[in-house]
Ligand binder design. Structure first.
Ligand code: RVP
Length: 505
């Protein structure tokens, strides 16, 4: 006979935190959001790889490319570069992230001399960069021919067909420095000559890095940056359980710091075989997460197989229709709570702590706090990050409002069927995700600052300065559907939803 769970499976929206005592010492600026990313012997050793904020971006083509990875690592989180692309393209993205040393930029807006002003403007719009190096082949490490900034063109006076070579500031007028220049020295040169940028070149005059005045300042502004021992950004990458023998070596070679098997349902022999292959070829040097699971058994299976972390969640993603199409899944809150218990039980038995990640279904910022209180070590978000400038998807206008495109990896658009099947040969397939728009929200930096402040404030309301303390002290309550209504603005007419108003004297 089938097994029935006694309790209904619940979502984050059905819970609230009941505040505890807040000591005077407990203020948001003192809260640490540091959290382990990979397995370790808790109490005996330091976790070999931790996040400085408990947020990672989803393994999705609409979310995590190299630009997102740099932006998120700057804030203390991590991106998993999407795996639904050729091995070469994915490895190239990883390698571009690793070429970004903090403050040293490999330009993703490099021009060639025969490009037109129109193309320059397009690239400026797409990347948000207004200073663009010009190289002989248009590649980031080509021979340096000049630089274009907004000061080099006047839109009112120039044709859009004007060629870069005719209006750039040419190489002979540029101040450059050798590739070995330190960030401090580069910054001194920038200040001394009142520059906005300084190209660093090798002995053959090939461009190696760009350094910017604003980046030196921002480096000081980003104390949580996720950097490796060589001051390069930390980055993750998604893999699948089919081509790992080719993909993993390419990603490791490109410098990926951590991998994650990307599958909608991870309680399978395919995942075990993938982890075993990695252990056989790399021992514990290559970190690999697995998932997704929604119960104790699924967690134990992957933890025993050697996963470095385990992702939790089936069917909760905003673009996900797996529950509708296949009838599998579990409320995200219930799944997180049960898997967190399984993680603690596994730790009690073995001394090994395997972090868990609640993946999908975060709608409001406070859902992140709830997930952490329920025992999640960090959360994975797709929709949240897709809304920002840094996501790879297009910005469009829908009914007069700016939106960004956001599509599921199981949608017809992504055709990432490998993420959804069980490893056998596939001829037929069906969609488990949709293609959609999400409201454009501006820059990652501005948004994440507010989100993190909310999490820190909530933690202080519960008297906690660290995530483990928060988990210990949190008191969670299930809310009735009537009290959910009470939780939002109610019984008032919202001004921004009330367009036609006339004044009465
Ligand atoms: P959300 O943050 O709610 O947008 O959810 C993102 C998560 O949804 C991803 O990390 C992944 O687990 C899941 N996903 C991605 N594509 C699809 C799909 O097409 N069904 N689901």
């Amino acid at each position: 006979m089938a097994f029935y769970y006694e309790e209904p499976s619940r979502t984050f929206n059905e819970y609230l935190l009941v505040p505890g005592h807040t000591p005077a010492s407990c203020i948001p600026t003192k809260v640490s959001l540091k959290t382990p990313l990979v397995r370790y012997r808790k109490g005996e050793e330091e976790c070999p790889l931790s996040l400085n904020i408990p947020m990672v971006s989803a393994i999705m083509a609409a979310v995590s490319d190299d630009r997102m990875a740099v932006a998120l690592a700057t804030e203390g989180g991590l991106s998993f570069i999407y795996g639904n692309q050729t091995i070469e393209d994915q490895a190239a993205m990883v390698s571009r992230v690793k070429q970004h040393k903090a403050g040293f930029v490999v330009s993703d807006a490099t021009l060639s001399p025969d490009m037109t002003l129109d193309q320059v403007l397009e690239l400026k719009e797409a990347t948000g960069h207004s200073t663009m190096p010009v190289t002989d082949d248009g590649e980031p490490h080509g021979k340096l021919l000049g630089v274009v900034t907004e000061r080099d063109y006047r839109l009112s006076r120039m044709s859009l067909d004007a060629k870069v070579v005719d209006f750039m500031t040419p190489r002979e007028k540029l101040i450059v420095a050798p590739a070995e220049t330190s960030l401090k020295e580069a910054n001194d040169i920038i200040w001394e000559h009142k520059l906005n940028s300084l190209p660093l070149v090798d002995a053959e005059d090939r461009l190696v890095y760009m350094t910017f005045r604003k980046d030196y300042d921002s480096h000081k502004d980003n104390p949580l940056e996720m950097l490796d021992a060589e001051k390069r950004y930390i980055v993750g990458a998604g893999i699948n359980s089919r081509d790992y023998a080719e993909r993993v070596p390419a990603l490791v070679e490109a410098g990926a710091d951590v991998l994650c098997i990307d599958s909608s349902e991870g309680f399978s022999d395919w995942q075990k075989m993938t982890i075993e292959w990695v252990r056989e070829h790399y021992g514990n040097d290559v970190k690999i997460g697995a998932g997704n699971v929604v119960d104790r058994e699924g967690f134990r299976f992957l933890a025993e197989a050697g996963a470095d972390f385990v992702k939790v969640g089936i069917g909760g993603g905003s673009i996900c229709i797996t529950r509708e199409t296949k009838g599998i899944g579990r409320g995200q809150a219930t799944a997180t709570i049960e898997v967190a218990k399984a993680r603690d039980e596994y730790f009690e038995e073995t001394g090994i702590y395997v972090p868990i990640c609640s993946d999908g279904g975060i709608v409001y910022d406070h859902h992140i706090s709830l997930a952490l209180a329920m025992g999640s070590d960090f959360v994975m978000l797709g929709r949240y990050f897709a809304r920002f400038d840094e996501s790879p998807s297009s910005k469009v206008v829908v009914n007069g409002t700016y939106m960004k495109e956001y599509w599921g990896e199981g949608s017809a658009r992504a055709r990432n069927w490998g993420r959804y099947d069980l490893g056998g040969k596939k001829s037929l397939s069906f969609e488990e995700g949709v293609d959609s728009y999400v409201p454009y929200a501006g820059s990652l930096k501005d948004n994440i600052a507010v989100t993190l402040l909310k999490i820190r404030s909530t933690m202080c309301n519960c008297g906690a300065l660290t995530i483990p303390e928060f988990r210990d002290k949190a008191k969670l309550t299930v809310v009735s559907s009537t009290s959910i209504v009470e939780g939002g603005a109610h019984d008032v007419l919202l001004k921004d939803k009330t367009p036609y108003v006339s004044k009465v004297r």
